[in-house]
Design a protein. Structure first.
Length: 241
């Protein structure tokens, strides 16, 4: 068993004592705690996979992990671990699983790797959305319509658009021209609006880095169709009509 990984536990050594008929093993959890676990609790159908930190929800508030500062836990889980909202030293806000923070696997919003790759590889991500990808309006190689988000299905042209990991269905059309027209309208509302907000925020954050770190950009989508899409900045009041 020595050296075996069970969930968040790494088996260190077998102890001389037993629990019932099973030897007891010294194990280190990814969070740093060391516990003793009998063999049957490591090899059974439902093994012990942590010291209990995932279940107990260790408080990481204001702790630093590389360039990340843990702000607060969310109600989301990833592989059983709580997702924490974290702010990177570069100003980006991301959600990271607690176990990834504590074991050192995630130490930035991704900017560390981008710095390593060099300026030519730099990409901006806001709320899991790549600014450069949206700005480029690139068409996938397997796209047959020549327009992102437009494809033919069962004799109809389907238009859809993805933004912030949400896919919006825009409609089914008899002609490719109609599908592309609606897709372009959605791009103007969502993608182009998002890029415009980002450029404005980046310019202001460049002039005042302190403001930029304390005012991360969050763009929210209101509406669920081409008829009522609207982008708003989190924390900014909508103009009165």
């Amino acid at each position: 068993m020595k050296g075996k990984k069970v969930g968040r536990l790494t088996v260190l050594e077998r102890m001389p004592e037993k629990q019932g008929s099973c030897y007891v093993w010294k194990c280190r959890c990814d969070c740093g705690n060391v516990i003793m676990v009998p063999t049957n609790r490591l090899t059974g159908k439902h093994p012990t996979e942590s010291c209990g930190c995932v279940r107990k929800g260790i408080d990481l508030t204001n702790q630093r992990f590389g360039k990340l500062t843990a702000l607060h836990p969310t109600d989301k889980r990833k592989n059983g671990s709580v997702l924490w909202t974290c702010q990177c030293d570069c100003g980006q806000v991301v959600e990271v699983a607690a176990n990834q923070l504590m074991c050192g696997n995630t130490q930035s919003c991704g900017c560390l790797q981008r710095e390593k790759d060099g300026p030519g590889q730099y990409m901006n991500y806001i709320d899991s959305t790549c600014v450069e990808a949206i700005r480029s309006k690139a068409v996938r190689k397997d796209n047959t319509s020549g327009c992102p988000g437009v494809q033919k299905q069962k004799g109809k042209w389907i238009a859809q658009i993805s933004f912030q990991k949400v896919k919006y269905y825009l409609g089914s059309f008899d002609t490719i021209e109609a599908a592309i027209r609606v897709r372009k309208q959605a791009e103007t509302l969502l993608h182009d609006g998002f890029v415009r907000y980002f450029d404005e925020w980046k310019e202001k954050a460049k002039a005042d880095p302190v403001w930029g770190k304390s005012h991360p950009l969050h763009v929210l989508v209101e509406g669920d169709s081409i008829e009522n899409f609207e982008l708003v900045l989190e924390g900014r009041e909508k103009p009165r009509v």
